[in-house]
Each structure stands twice: as C-alpha cells, then as structure tokens.
Design a protein around this ligand. Structure first.
Ligand SMILES: *Cc1c(COP(=O)(O)O)cnc(C)c1O
Length: 427
C-alpha cells in the first residue's frame, strides 16, 4: 500500500505523518488517502474506457454504504461516478455531496413508500427490485405521483458457494433478490404494470470475492435471462453485475480490477456481436470495498498496556463502536505502529474501552509498543465509519482526508452533548 508507508520510521498517509494528524485532530480518527480513492476508482473507469463497447455504455455506481462521507462522495462524483444507494438517507447524502441523482441506482430489500417517493421525485436512474410486493408498491407510488419508475430485477443467480466460501448473498437461501427460476415471470409482471418501465437486470452475489470466476458465472446466467426476455419482446437497456471484489487485508490476493473487467467485457462483447449485431448494452458496476477499503486507516492511541498471566493487552482509544468488523465478522485488520521502536516485540491483543468481551480490534499481534504510542488499523476505509455507533455514549471518530501534503478535516469528532441532543426528559 504505497499510500500508507513509512518515511524516516514514521507511518504517513501520502505525505502527511500520522502522528501530526493525531496531534492536530486527536484520536481515534479515520484517515483517508485521496490518491488511493482516486486510483481505486480509476482502475474501474480506465478498464471501462478500454473495453466497453461504446462511450457512455458503462457506469460505475459506487456503493455508498461502504463509506458515505460527503467528501468521499464528492470526490467520486467529480471523478464521474454514479452511486448505488440502499436508503433514502444515502440519496440525500449523494445530493448533499453534489452527486447527480440521475446516476443513482437504489438497491435493498425493504424500500419504504417514503423512500420510493423521495427517489422518484429526484428522477433516479433505476430501482433494483428485490420482490414482487416491492414491484407493486413502486407501481402504486409512481402512479400516485404521475411518474414512471425505471426498474431492474435483482436476480439471485444461485452460483455455487462451495468452492467460494465468501459468497454470501447470491445463494437460494438468503433474503436478497428474486430466485432465478422466478425471474421471467417477475419481468412479465413488471412489463404489464402501467407505471413501471423495465430497464435492466442486476445481481450482487457477495462481498470480498478474491476470484472473478463466480462473477463471470453469474454474468452468464444474467445473459441467458436477457436473451429469453428479448425473445418475449422485453428488451433491457442495462446489465448490472454488482460489486463484491475483495481487497488485501492480510495476504489475500484479489483479482486485479483490470483483469476482471477485461474478461467480463470480452464475454459481453462476444455475446452482443453473436446475438445483437454488436449493439451495446449498458454495463453497471456497484463496487464499494474495492474502492474505499484500502484507502483508509483508523488511527488510535494506546491508553494502557496490561499484562496478565495469559495475555498482554494493548488498550486503545478506538473500540468496536468505531470499527465493528472484528467484533461482527471476526475480521482481520493489520496493525502498524505509527513510530517504529527498536525494543523487543511482545504478543498483544489490541482491545477497546467498551464493556464487552467482543470489543477487540486485533488479536495475537507482535508489537513493540508503549502506552501513549499511536497505532494504525489498516484497510479500514470501507465498512468502518459507516458501521460505527455510539455504544457506551462514545462520540464517533473524526475523519480526515489527506491530499498530498495536506490534511483536511472532513468530519468533526462528535461531542457527547451531540449524542443526546435529540432526547427528552420526562415532564
Ligand atoms: C454492499 C453492496 C455492494 C458493494 O459491495 P462491495 O463488496 O463493497 O463491493 C454492491 N451492491 C449491493 C446491492 C450491496 O448491497
């Protein structure tokens, strides 16, 4: 990760020393690299430019839930990104960041009427529909507004999970999408609804996929459906393969984005030439983790070292409320000392102050540290801040975006008083 590297023994984000960030903004603080976000987005954008059938025949819809900070959305919008949202709140964030609602797609199994109205009033690009009742509700809401809603069906391609244990959303038994076998009937229903416009097809089979084989398998299944629909006179304008490409947390070796997109577009190009005289179909992507994950770290200060017979603990000022992934998924994040010490390493569990045994951030790490030292929890740019909470009445961390030699505060640290400002005492 060249965006977070040691210079003169001090860990930097781009050209800014992390100890300088802690001194100026305190800790815990999420620190993002603008160059890393840009490079990760560009890996998608460049491959789309290189391989897609026509200019404007692809759209990268960054998955807002992975990191929804306004400054992150603003940057990605300036780079040309669209957005994949899963709530009305995320749509308002995109708009507040200057994003174009007409490049927004709306995913999620539980869209409320109010969220549908909000999205329709902003003329979003497409609703990714996950059930028949949702389709009928959207038709009703659109009719009441005198509008037409563009939809895509989220199809569950049921790709084999046995060889790919990380796939967790593309299987028959989970709550997402409509079953592959039911998709044709759903499209017929959708095509007959007066205020629904059938626009596309989508899937999202899971997250942290290291290999693109299951994605290409899912693509083949979507292609089959597109052909069957075309034979019935239902012509789709876009195909959305979802997100899901993994990142390196430890020693994982995810497929390179350019290689994956090269294979995907080769398959699509061959198919369009064979069946549709080369007429392009718009291709959408919904990447989250692969754009934001390795573009951020969580900076934290060691409060105490605690040595017991069984274990050594480094008690830090970040906790499970700041970075939930270890407690929730037993996720592994690298731990780096901000200033290197030459003293002997010992094995530590890095834990937070929250009153839960599940409040750990990293286990069994060899570290040369003392109380007061700063640590960086690596690869924390995605599903870090967005999953944070106020458990234990802990204000959420500050967020800083580094751009070359400049550090910009993009979100202030929450004050305890902010946390109960919306509460009322009894009369
Ligand atoms: C979370 C999510 C994504 C992003 O997944 P990543 O693994 O972060 O790329 C894309 N699409 C949908 C529908 C999602 O729920």
């Amino acid at each position: 990760m060249p965006y977070f590297s040691y210079k003169n023994g001090i860990l930097h984000a781009e050209n800014v020393a992390l100890n300088a960030i802690a001194q100026q903004f305190g800790s815990p603080t999420y620190v993002y690299s603008k160059a890393a976000l840009t490079a990760n987005f560009s890996a998608y954008a460049d491959a789309c430019r290189q391989h897609s059938l026509a200019p404007d025949s692809s759209l990268i819809c960054y998955s807002v839930k992975s990191n929804s900070s306004l400054a992150v959305l603003q940057l990605l919008n300036r780079l040309g990104s669209g957005f994949d949202i899963v709530s009305g709140g995320e749509l308002l964030r995109v708009i507040a960041a200057g994003g174009d609602p007409r490049k927004v797609i709306f995913s999620g199994v539980g869209k409320s009427r109010e969220e549908m109205r909000l999205a329709l009033s902003h003329d979003i690009l497409c609703f990714n529909i996950e059930s028949i009742p949702e389709l009928h509700r959207l038709n009703e809401v659109a009719a009441a507004m005198g509008k037409h809603a563009a939809i895509s069906l989220r199809v569950n391609p049921n790709v084999d999970a046995k060889t790919h244990p990380y796939i967790s959303t593309g299987l028959k038994e989970n709550k997402f999408g409509v079953a592959y076998e039911d998709a044709l009937a759903c499209y017929r229903t959708a095509a007959a609804l007066p205020n629904i416009t059938v626009a596309g097809i989508d899937c999202h089979i899971g997250s942290q996929l290291l290999d693109d084989a299951p994605l290409l398998e899912a693509l083949d299944k979507l292609i089959e459906l597109v052909d069957q629909l075309a034979a019935e006179g239902i012509h789709l304008h876009h195909l959305d393969i979802g997100g899901g490409i993994g990142i390196t947390y430890d020693d994982e070796k995810p497929v390179a984005i350019g290689d994956y997109l090269g294979r995907l577009f080769a398959r699509i190009t061959a198919w369009r030439q064979e069946k549709y005289q080369g007429a392009p179909i718009k291709v959408l992507f919904e990447p989250g983790r692969s754009i934001a994950g390795n573009a951020g770290i969580l900076l934290t200060e060691i409060q105490y070292l605690k040595h017991s017979e069984a274990k050594n603990f480094a008690i830090v000022d970040a906790a499970m409320n700041d970075l939930m992934r270890p407690a929730m998924y037993e996720a592994w994040h690298g731990v780096q000392t901000v200033a290197r010490r030459s003293s002997a390493e010992q094995v530590y569990d890095v834990v937070g102050p929250v009153c839960e045994s599940g409040d750990w951030l990293a286990r069994s790490r060899s570290l040369a540290i003392e109380a007061g030292d700063l640590l960086a929890l690596m690869s924390a740019g995605a599903y870090g801040m967005t999953m944070s909470s106020n458990y234990n009445t802990r204000g959420r961390a500050a967020e800083v975006m580094v751009d070359g030699g400049q550090a910009h505060l993009i979100r202030q640290r929450e004050n305890p008083a902010d946390l109960f400002a919306l509460e009322n005492l009894l009369a």
